[in-house]
Design a protein around this ligand. Structure first.
Ligand SMILES: NC(=O)c1ccc[n+]([C@@H]2O[C@H](COP(=O)([O-])OP(=O)(O)OC[C@H]3O[C@@H](n4cnc5c(N)ncnc54)[C@H](O)[C@@H]3O)[C@@H](O)[C@H]2O)c1
Length: 308
């Protein structure tokens, strides 16, 4: 497998979901330009997830082929596990492996929580969270056998930090960070690296949010470098990379130093009195796992018990 330069994808096989337009299309084009064979998946529906046609994916495949690349169009909905499995089989039958999965497909059903229908909540969770779970599950055994895999989950600032009217979308997007946290641990022994991308770009998903003068700065191409770095052979593992308008940042789920208060009758009062100390960000860290955080709490408790 030729990978002279880290961001050379020659010989790699990639699946990009939701690649008929917007960010996914740019991801697929960039991977193909850099040598990857790409499955361009897209349901081809409207922004709210209604309808569907493979023509959006086919147009991107035509573009890749016209530029001398290799690509296959696939119209599966990421919510349909059997169709997703068939998509993975199609890639393996054609090219023998799947190295990269970019979980990018998504929809919006925005409304304030008070007005939101639970059906719209479930659908958004189904497409973003279960869609990524389905695609990841369909490549997971293969990537473990290959002892190689790069998976990018597309999260969002709406999940990381919240946005009015996006409780369904934000919950689904932060769930992908949770999925990444565990899969990056489980995949490490077989060189499967799992990361999150939090993009900001002017696409049909955000067309009503960006003022006209910002459209150029927020073109989807500006997000692509972050995807390429997360999909590369030298990718990090367990990183949340934010990208938009040429700016790149990392988001972390940190833990403060906190304070040991014991388990006493007046601990609630102690906690209320010392809340600013517990939440103080000086010296905060990112635990290596959930278990590491638990171990840290036990260690503090034991150290303080000894002292007492
Ligand atoms: N544009 C932004 O600023 C922004 C910000 C944060 C996160 N995101 C995320 O980036 C990803 C791409 O969004 P975009 O802005 O390019 O929007 P987009 O609407 O242009 O692209 C989403 C694509 O996913 C496809 N899709 C929807 N449901 C599908 C399904 N069930 N199966 C297969 N394909 C399906 C759509 O047909 C569409 O082509 C999404 O996950 C989105 O949530 C975008």
């Amino acid at each position: 497998m030729s990978n002279g330069s880290n961001l050379d994808f020659k010989g790699r096989v990639a699946i990009v979901t939701g690649a008929g337009g917007g960010l996914g299309r740019q991801h697929a084009l960039a991977l193909a330009t850099r040598g990857a064979k790409v499955v361009v998946n897209d349901l081809g529906g409207a922004r709210d997830g209604s309808g569907g046609s493979v023509s959006a994916a086919q147009a991107v495949v035509d573009e890749i082929k016209a530029a001398g690349g290799e690509a296959i169009a696939n119209g599966a909905s990421v919510t349909d596990f059997e169709a997703v499995q068939a998509m993975v089989k199609e890639a393996v039958d054609a090219w023998g492996r799947v190295d990269i999965l970019v979980n990018n497909a998504g929809i919006l059903r925005d409304k304030s929580f008070a007005k939101m229908d639970l059906a719209d909540f479930r659908l958004v969770v189904d497409v973003h969270l279960m869609g990524a779970v389905n695609c990841t599950k369909a490549v997971w055994a293969l990537m473990n056998e290959q002892k190689y895999g790069r998976i990018v989950m597309t999260t969002s600032s709406s999940g990381l930090y919240g946005n009015f009217g996006q409780s369904n979308y934000g919950a689904a997007k932060l769930a992908l960070v949770g999925l990444m946290q565990t899969l990056s641990i489980e995949g490490a022994k077989n060189d499967i690296r799992v990361n999150c991308l939090a993009p900001t770009a002017a696409t049909r998903m955000t067309e009503d949010l960006f003022p006209k003068e910002m459209l150029e700065a927020f073109r989807p191409e500006a997000v692509v470098p972050a995807m390429l770095v997360l999909a590369a052979q030298d990718a990090p593992n367990r990183t949340i990379l934010c990208a938009g308008a040429g700016t790149f940042e990392a988001a972390h789920i940190t833990l403060t130093q906190g304070a040991w208060l014991g388990i006493e009758a007046d601990t609630p009062e102690q906690l209320a009195a010392r809340l600013s100390e517990v939440t103080d960000r000086e010296g905060e860290a990112v635990p290596q796992s959930g278990a590491a955080q638990g171990a840290n709490e036990v260690a503090k408790g034991m150290a303080n018990a000894k002292r007492g």
